[in-house]
Design a protein around this ligand. Structure first.
Ligand code: HEC
Ligand code: HEC
Ligand code: HEC
Ligand code: HEC
Length: 451
């Protein structure tokens, strides 16, 4: 929930931001360094609260607890230590302009918990927490990585929670949905979007739309009760005393619902005369984060620092000495000298040097398009990081499909494809990396000559 910088705003996240998998070894790794970087960036952006979600626990507790000690606002009301005490702050109260917001964090089911951690059922911790927090704040927000069904259940049971920001891995961007008096919404995973929710808050704490939905719900309930009463009256054993009591109970229920509908139907007139204010309202957008967006220099510096650390970490890997199915250009040179000489003049031949110049020759995300592989063959992480120098280039076998090593031994039996289909080029010349790639035009620039 953020708005333009100058307006009072909250910057919160419901978690699952640190890792992409459920388990990561604790210790130096690209994943660990990236996670530390994300925490640093969020801190630099002055995040107000982040709930701990299952994917944040993937490397254990150490990272979270260290950052918590340094002031990072992790929240979780249901991750407990061995003595049943919360491991993180359960709730944070934060002023947004004149409004006091209570922010509660709840962690969803974790597949394998770090040692010494219990995951408590939210049903055991939430009621008391709501009771306590409601008294201290105007708006109550829940950051939740629980399942969509559990979030619905919470909204049904606790109208005191005005807003649930979810972190479900499968729901993507979710337009705000009103359940009872709670808005449920979420932003897609892994920072692809920024969700902006602008709220016009009034003291009565009721969403305008919710009133309308509540009313419809109530009317449906009244219809159902009428139908039930009618059915009961038609029964033969109508005269039995216990049955009469039963009908009485249902009729009483009906009266309550009728009364509630009457109350809800009264117009909400703003102003002191009626003692009521207009309902709360909101608007929202999901802002796609693009590479073309301006980067804050401070954040860019952190990103560069993380990349350098990963690069240094990966530099020290050593090869397992396995034999790959491709040879690299040195193995083709003797029989195809004309094409090799030509290829050496293309930028493909220097693609790896480009990464070295950038200090990113050991960044896993960059390597697949800047080294020798073969279409359809995916190099593993360790293989990419320990390629022999002969394969540190975009070479012949990136374009010419075939088993290069076998072909060099027996060219007649193992053929290489001469033509290079557009989709091979596009596997590297993606929209993201090269948005004005024209196959026919570019093909002319790199086609090896006959001879
Ligand atoms: C020992 C010599 C030798 C080596 C080494 C060799 N080739 Fe060849 N290559 C040939 C011969 C001979 C042919 C022609 C085969 C045919 O016509 O059946 C050929 C054909 C080709 C063709 C097809 C050309 C066409 O006209 O259809 C391509 C592409 C090719 N080689 C690529 C490579 C690549 C890439 C490498 C290195 C991985 C390589 N070659 C290594 C001998 C070699
Ligand atoms: C394995 C990935 C890969 C494949 C496959 C690939 N390229 Fe490239 N290409 C690159 C990279 C990386 C660069 C930039 C190299 C550098 O300057 O560091 C590049 C640069 C180029 C350039 C020079 C820059 C420019 O845009 O003028 C041309 C032309 C080009 N590629 C054409 C092609 C064509 C045509 C194909 C398909 C026949 C193709 N490439 C296949 C990775 C690839
Ligand atoms: C999906 C394939 C792909 C990936 C992944 C990739 N690149 Fe490239 N890169 C290309 C292609 C294709 C070009 C050539 C396009 C052009 O120059 O217009 C290129 C060009 C470049 C250039 C420009 C070369 C020059 O001299 O103009 C740099 C720098 C570069 N890449 C660095 C990186 C870094 C750093 C990473 C990792 C963060 C990376 N690339 C990841 C495909 C890729
Ligand atoms: C970026 C893609 C690319 C790379 C890298 C590349 N080639 Fe080619 N090569 C082509 C294209 C395109 C043609 C022309 C195909 C056609 O005529 O349809 C070609 C043609 C050839 C031919 C056939 C020439 C003929 O017409 O007789 C051979 C042999 C060949 N390349 C070998 C190599 C060798 C060896 C290397 C590495 C040193 C290499 N190629 C690197 C794209 C590439």
């Amino acid at each position: 929930m953020a708005t333009e910088q100058h307006k009072p705003h909250l910057f919160v996240d419901s978690g699952n931001l640190l890792f992409k998998q459920a388990q990561i070894p604790n210790g130096p790794s690209q994943e660990q360094l990236t996670a530390e970087g994300i925490i640093k960036i969020y801190a630099a952006m002055q995040v107000d609260a982040v709930a701990v979600a299952p994917l944040d626990l993937a490397a254990g507790l150490a990272l979270l607890q260290t950052s918590q000690k340094q002031g990072f606002p992790w929240l979780s009301a249901n991750l407990l230590d061995e003595d049943g005490h919360p491991l993180f702050q359960p709730v944070r109260i934060k002023k947004i302009g004149k409004i006091k917001a209570g922010i509660i964090g709840l962690t969803g089911a974790v597949s394998s918990l770090p040692a010494g951690v219990t995951h408590a059922d939210w049903r055991t911790v939430l009621p008391a927490l709501i009771k306590k927090t409601t008294r201290q704040c105007d708006i109550l927000i829940l950051l939740s990585s629980l399942s969509p069904a559990e979030n619905q259940e919470i909204a049904q049971q606790f109208p005191a929670i005005h807003l649930i920001l979810a972190a479900d891995l499968n729901s993507g961007n979710m337009n705000p949905q009103q359940v009872n008096n709670t808005l449920i919404t979420q932003t897609d995973r892994q920072g692809k979007y920024q969700g902006i929710l602008t709220i016009d808050w009034n003291k009565n704490g009721r969403w305008g739309m919710a009133r309308k939905e509540e009313l419809t719900g109530m009317r449906n309930r009244l219809d159902a009760l009428d139908w039930q009463i009618q059915r009961m009256r038609q029964r033969k054993d109508l005269q039995q005393p216990e049955y009469i009591d039963k009908i009485k109970l249902v009729e009483k229920d009906r009266k309550t619902v009728e009364q509630q509908i009457k109350t809800l139907e009264q117009p909400l007139v703003p102003g002191p005369a009626s003692g009521q204010t207009a309902p709360c309202s909101f608007s929202y957008t999901f802002l796609a984060l693009q590479q073309s967006m301006a980067e804050a220099p401070e954040i860019k510096a952190i990103v560069t620092e993380i990349k350098q650390q990963i690069n240094t970490l990966h530099q020290n890997k050593t090869s397992k000495g396995e034999t790959l199915p491709f040879l690299g250009p040195d193995g083709c040179k003797s029989c195809h000298p004309v094409q090799t000489k030509f290829w050496q003049t293309t930028r493909h031949a220097r693609a790896y040097q480009t990464l070295q110049r950038q200090g990113q020759a050991f960044i896993l995300e960059c390597l697949p398009c800047h080294v020798t592989t073969s279409p359809g063959f995916t190099l593993g992480k360790d293989q990419l990081l320990t390629l022999p120098p002969g394969l540190q280039t975009v070479g012949c076998e990136n374009c010419h499909i075939g088993q290069g090593r076998s072909h060099a031994g027996n060219p007649k039996q193992f053929q290489m494809t001469k033509q290079v289909a557009e989709k091979i080029c596009l596997s590297c010349h993606t929209k993201e990396r090269d948005n004005n790639f024209e196959y026919q035009k570019k093909l002319k620039l790199i086609s090896c000559p006959a001879g």
